[in-house]
Design a protein around this ligand. Structure first.
Ligand SMILES: Cc1cc2nc3c(=O)[nH]c(=O)nc-3n(C[C@H](O)[C@H](O)[C@H](O)COP(=O)(O)O)c2cc1C
Length: 190
């Protein structure tokens, strides 16, 4: 699958089939996450893989999202920022979150590429899940990623976002492309 196709077909899926997903495919998704960019190349992430029914049930209950239970696999994406703090001081917490987000998106794109289904889950009770899975205090759960085959071949609803409403030019709030850029070479104009 081409990058653009993966980006366009990735969508949040919350209904799963019980067709077996090979463990190797979960590792491939995690491998994609680990290929995200990391500030100073400091990878601050760990991935907790969950397949046991009682543990999946715990997560579904402690996020109040019971559809999660139907996924064969769940991956908890966890981050810490201490390793980043030595180098990046007060930017470290921000970097820790940004690189977790980049890694999660890589993972979702690879999941899509493999024909699998998932949804980024960010609403859950951190404390109880951390205690249950023995996650140390200095680690945060950034996302819960349920993974399974989709129940139906769901097509992504095309989101038509008017780019004009998203882009500023040269200065904040300038929402019209300047008529002329002061470049000498006209080929640099788009
Ligand atoms: C940080 C974050 C947290 C999210 N948390 C949840 C969640 O707890 N439960 C859920 O069903 N979807 C959750 N989503 C998925 C969004 O609802 C979904 O991405 C959005 O509706 C756009 O749909 P799409 O992913 O199909 O493009 C979350 C997404 C992000 C980025």
């Amino acid at each position: 699958m081409k990058t653009q196709e993966a980006i366009e077909s990735r969508t949040s899926i919350r209904e799963f089939s019980n067709k077996t997903v090979k463990f190797g495919e979960i590792l491939e998704a995690i491998d994609a996450a680990n290929q995200a960019p990391f500030a100073g190349n400091i990878n601050n992430l760990k991935f907790l893989i969950i397949e046991m029914p009682e543990n999946k049930k715990f997560i579904a209950e402690h996020s109040q999202q019971f559809w999660i239970n139907d996924a064969q696999w769940i991956v908890l994406v966890c981050s810490e920022f201490k390793k980043l703090e030595d180098l990046y001081k007060d930017r470290a917490k921000n970097y820790a979150k940004q690189q977790a987000g980049a890694a999660i998106e890589n993972m979702l794109l690879r999941i899509t590429d493999l024909g699998l289904a998932s949804c980024w889950v960010g609403a859950f009770t951190d404390d109880s899940i951390k205690v249950h899975f023995k996650i140390p205090d200095n680690w945060e759960i950034e996302a819960i990623i349920p993974i399974a085959y989709p129940k139906d071949k769901k097509q992504k609803q095309v989101r038509k976002i008017d780019l004009d409403k998203k882009i500023f030019w040269e200065k904040w709030k300038v929402d019209k492309k300047p008529l002329r850029y002061p470049y000498k070479d006209p080929s640099t104009h788009y």
